[in-house]
Design a protein around this ligand. Sequence first.
Ligand SMILES: Nc1ncnc2c1ncn2[C@@H]1O[C@H](COP(=O)(O)OP(=O)(O)OP(=O)(O)O)[C@@H](O)[C@H]1O
Ligand SMILES: [Mg+2]
Length: 520
Amino acid sequence: MLGQETAKIPSLGVVVAVRGSVVDIRFDDHLPPIYSVLLTGPEKKIVIEVLAQEDARHVRGIALTPTQGLARGMAVEDTGGPLKAPVGKAVLSRMFDVFGNTIDREAALSDVQWRSVHRAPPSLARRSTKSEVFETGIKVIDVLVPLERGGKAGLFGGAGVGKTVLLTEMIHNMIGHHEGVSIFCGIGERCREGEELYDAMKEAGVLPNMVMVFGQMNEPPGARFRVGHAALTMAEYFRDDEHRDVLLLVDNIFRFIQAGMEVSGLMGQMPSRLGYQPTMGTELSGLEERIANTDTGAITSIQAVYVPADDFTDPAAVHTFSHLSASIVLSRKRASEGLFPAIDPLQSSSKMATPGIVGERHYGLAQEIRRTLAQYAELKDIIAMLGLEQLSPEDRNVVVRARRLERFLTQPFFTTEQFTGLKGKLVSLADALDGCERILNDEFKDYPESALYMIGTIDEAKAKGKPVPPAAAAKPDSTSAKLGLKDAAGLRAKAASGSQPNAGAKPQPKLEHAGGAHES
Ligand SMILES: Nc1ncnc2c1ncn2[C@@H]1O[C@H](COP(=O)(O)OP(=O)(O)OP(=O)(O)O)[C@@H](O)[C@H]1O
Ligand SMILES: [Mg+2]
């Protein structure tokens, strides 16, 4: 049923204990090795993967399917091999579960090979060291966090900040001009999202170069733990056998770690920090290290990473960070301000952002943008306390530039057209850089901020808004002062009521203090 060849002489065992997903089995003659797949249950539909040999007669395994109906004394069949995934041209345009069964209600697979999902990463000698930028058409990513062709990028964020939307948008933007194969792996997320993606891809006509593999949140931990390996096995086939470039998209790698934690807990291992499994590092690197470039083909991977409770020091997030060449951090604050994609440019980073790779001009501009946004972030406290009018003219210019940059770096997405009502835009790197440069040169300082919000190229700003006449602009900077004054009023009231930690201190020293912080 699994498409897996059974061993010539299946060795038979007996179920001796069932505890949720953990099953103990006795084999009297031949003990199956670790990672062997066993079949049991009334119709041999329950699949178990051996994870430990307890003693000379017993193995302990984790079920990859629900274990309802399994009872002690039931016969267990050893398939004589590990879990396998189908590979070959025939898997293109299909949708699979962890066992390699098709789940798209189309015709059965023919002409595929089955390969073990447990494979070693390519050796160091086979890896390629070229660095090339991978354009996404999303301004803020291409300018500030350029992705690497054949690299691993992570989209970090707490619940509901737009990871899935951003990932889907990237698929949408790349799939057209990406000649290679795209593999989408859904781990522990909503089934609904899988179905929506499938329909969207089918409609866009890009399914012929796409494979989808799902182990969603309704499936047992064992299945969610192995589905990433199954997807990667298919990706490796296209890289190693067909020498094609592969785009591997994972939503969500945190769920892989979480499934490993559940498996580890069920197997009775002692939990480590924050309840994570002691083997988290090895499990994650076992998967991530297989995503690599070789001289013949590359696997570029983009992974969504759920960050529990928005805590970026969570061990799962920290371990994942270290594997990636670009980290895109989504911030709840920006999402709440409607600045989508809610990427925090000051926390995101990419190892491609160096002059040697992106060129002097791009590097210089990116640095200048970061500096402006960082200065604005520092000035925010002062604006909140004292209002914008207290800033020096240079600082006020920084604020004007930063707020226009922030807005220019938002972008309407194709995937959100239905609920934002805005048409999606794809922006080339050259246009994005050009726009940022012109904003930094103060070309748009008289335009209302809203003219730069949710646009594609900078020229749309000119069509959308007219410069405010100099007379009006000379009056207290109407648009940008608004935010500052509102927040400042609140804070001043607070200070007056004496609820501040440094209550009693006169406002004056506070100004000096804040000014000092800004200068440093
Ligand atoms: N670029 C965007 N434009 C407009 N709205 C957006 C955008 N990105 C996200 N949103 C809003 O945020 C919501 C949540 O986004 P999404 O489902 O991608 O979050 P998520 O980070 O994947 O969440 P979860 O961790 O729950 O999977 C969307 O339904 C949408 O309303
Ligand atoms: Mg999501």
